[in-house]
Design a protein around this ligand. Structure first.
Ligand code: SF4
Length: 326
């Protein structure tokens, strides 16, 4: 591994003063970054450890929940406020990784984790995300885990997070600090599609730091569900996952939220399917129709084409669980 500098600033100002330099990476839990460094996928000159910053709290505000970027995944998943107000987030977190990893991983780090495309981690293979312009090993390769929505000829990788799928469904907002102050970005706009620049995963600018996510209050707590389909029951990334949240009154759907994981370069929100459910009765038939609508534009690349059937079945199943039909 290349030698690197390690610094641990004590204040946010001190962090912001050093993270805009090329070759500098932020480290918190390190559950993905350290692997990337050990494999030679990334080789920073300097690591800025942000664990001294006071960004661990989970608080209720007049508008919703405020979760600090350094809150541990394990802590958030067991938090009473989260369980009461946003149980979908707790479910998504508990579906991710392993207890040991959740004890180290932070909310901000979870958002910043890189794809688990095997070609990305194998430095002998072409990968436009790792080395722009080198090609995409997965496009005509072993692409069983890869995207069916929003991919490009440059990259068909998926974002690996479960937590982020839950946050996308819940209309979360990312609070980002920079030298000029704070800005807020809808969670669904934080991660980006690959296009011609798959090396860029998200819209965090140079010198910026994620400080929190905020989730507005909603009426989804009673009827929400996170379904994760994977090759084994724990410590496996999603083939397909679905975050489903419904606001139901007397059997009629007032509001719906749907997002998928394992299918795109970002958490994939199903806006059209959500709209189609508003005003409809809770029924398997209506859920199946919404699932079919969600599949518009989906495309398989060979080994992952099974997802074209698995995805709508998973959407229907997640909605049934959320509605209490199963
Ligand atoms: Fe690299 Fe993306 Fe292709 Fe995987 S899918 S090899 S990450 S360019």
């Amino acid at each position: 591994m290349k030698q690197f500098q390690y610094v641990r600033p004590l204040t946010q100002l001190a962090v912001l003063a050093v993270i805009n330099k090329p070759g500098t990476k932020i480290i918190a839990g390190g559950t993905n970054l350290v692997d990337l460094m050990k494999r030679g996928v990334t080789a920073p000159d300097k690591l800025v450890d942000i664990n001294q910053l006071p960004l661990k709290s989970i608080t209720a505000t007049p508008k919703g929940l405020h979760i600090g970027a350094l809150a541990l995944n394990s802590v958030v998943s067991e938090d009473k406020l989260v369980a009461e107000k946003q149980p979908l987030l707790a479910m998504a977190l508990k579906a991710g990784a392993s207890p040991q990893l959740r004890n180290m991983a932070t909310v901000g780090g979870n958002m910043m984790q890189r794809t688990r495309c095997t070609y990305f981690y194998d430095t002998t293979m072409p990968c436009n995300k790792r080395v722009p312009g080198s090609g995409c090993g997965a496009y005509e390769g072993i692409n069983r885990m890869h995207a069916i929505f929003g991919a490009s000829t440059q990259c068909i990788a998926v974002h690996p997070s479960d937590m982020c799928v839950g946050l996308a469904a819940l209309d979360a907002v990312v609070v980002i600090a920079g030298k000029k102050g704070e800005r807020r970005l809808p969670f669904t706009e934080f991660h980006r599609l690959p296009g011609d620049h798959p090396e860029t995963d998200n819209r965090l600018g140079p010198g910026e730091l994620i400080v929190a996510v905020e989730i507005p209050d909603n009426h989804f707590a009673k009827n929400s569900y996170y379904l994760k389909i994977r090759d084994r029951q724990s410590y496996a990334f999603a083939l397909v996952s679905v975050a489903a949240a419904l606001d139901i009154e007397n059997g009629t759907i007032r509001q719906a939220r749907l997002a998928m994981g394992g299918v795109a370069h970002k958490p994939w929100r199903l806006f059209e399917a959500e709209k189609s459910l508003i005003g409809k009765q809770v029924s398997e038939n209506n859920f199946q129709q919404a699932a079919q609508l969600a599949m518009q534009g989906a495309k398989g690349y060979g080994y992952n084409s099974f997802k074209l059937k698995l995805a709508p079945a998973s959407i229907t199943e997640a909605l049934k669980h959320a509605a209490g039909l199963v």
